[in-house]
Design a protein around this ligand. Structure first.
Ligand SMILES: Nc1ncnc2c1ncn2[C@@H]1O[C@H](COP(=O)(O)OP(=O)(O)OP(=O)(O)O)[C@@H](O)[C@H]1O
Ligand SMILES: [Mg+2]
Length: 252
């Protein structure tokens, strides 16, 4: 199946989690017959709160269990452990009705568990292939998504504010992703624009800018009140602007 794997990346605090959550909301409402998976790849697990999901187990829990099993002297065969890991991973995927949710959890502790990470990635890839749209909320960069979730995403969405620093971070993530072939294509959305006059001054050369999202108090309020962004009014400016940007990026 030709599915879309959409990963959000960008400097800290620019709105990756909020816009990932609103993308899930748009997809769920727009494509009722499509299968949608949201992946929280940030150890701080913000996407679950933004989507109102209660996470009890993460991929990292399965990973640690897997490492323990492999250390046991009378351990089951590797194939049995792999089957078990496959079962456990499908089990921790939360069915939220309109979409499914998977939390990756904390990154690996000291020690090289590359082979285990790669087994888990294979299982995640297989699970992901059952979905039409996969939305990944990452940490700042794309490397950790590549190392812990997927080798390659179809659409990398870089989020930045209008600041020089935010744009530089977006540019360097874009370069790494392209040089290491971690995405098919990338697009950049400028978030939290407070003054439309600023737009023409934003130095975004080199980035494929697909849209601007204004500072929207309804997002801030939903966050402060600890509510799910799924409850945001569809007339909110940010939602309309995000939808427009994702259309320009040919994501939806
Ligand atoms: N367009 C917007 N208008 C108003 N507030 C916004 C907007 N986008 C995001 N915010 C607010 O900005 C803050 C940071 O957003 P968010 O947590 O989505 O960023 P992040 O990039 O995921 O941060 P982190 O790097 O810490 O994971 C939140 O309080 C959120 O409510
Ligand atoms: Mg976040």
């Amino acid at each position: 199946m030709d599915n879309k794997i959409i990963a959000f990346a960008g400097k800290g605090g620019v709105g990756k989690t909020s816009l990932s959550a609103l993308t899930v909301k748009l997809l769920v409402e727009k494509f009722k017959d499509k299968k949608i998976l949201a992946i929280d790849a940030d150890p701080a697990v913000g996407l679950s709160t933004a989507l109102g999901v209660n996470v009890t187990h993460t991929v990292n829990d399965v990973r640690l269990q897997f490492i323990d099993e492999l250390k046991k002297p009378d351990r089951p065969s590797t194939i049995e452990i792999l089957n078990e890991a496959h079962y456990e991973l499908s089990d921790i995927m939360i069915d939220c009705g309109d979409f499914a949710f998977l939390a990756i959890g904390r990154p690996e502790s000291a020690g090289c568990y590359c082979s285990i990470n790669s087994f888990l990635k294979d299982i995640i890839s297989e699970l992901v292939s059952n979905f039409d749209y996969v939305v990944i909320d990452g940490e700042a960069g794309i490397e950790q998504v590549n190392r812990r979730v997927m080798e390659k995403v179809t659409d990398l969405i870089l989020i930045s504010d209008g600041s020089m620093k935010g744009l530089n971070v977006a540019r360097s993530i874009d370069q790494v992703a392209k040089n290491l072939n971690m995405c098919n294509k990338s697009a950049c959305i400028i978030n939290r624009v407070s003054n439309p006059d600023v737009i023409e001054k934003i130095k975004a050369d080199g980035l494929n800018i697909v849209g601007y999202i204004y500072e929207d108090q309804s997002i801030e309020m939903t966050d402060v009140e600890g509510k799910s962004l799924l409850s945001l009014d569809n007339k909110a400016t940010a939602i309309e602007q995000l939808e427009k940007a994702l259309k320009v990026a040919e994501v939806i």
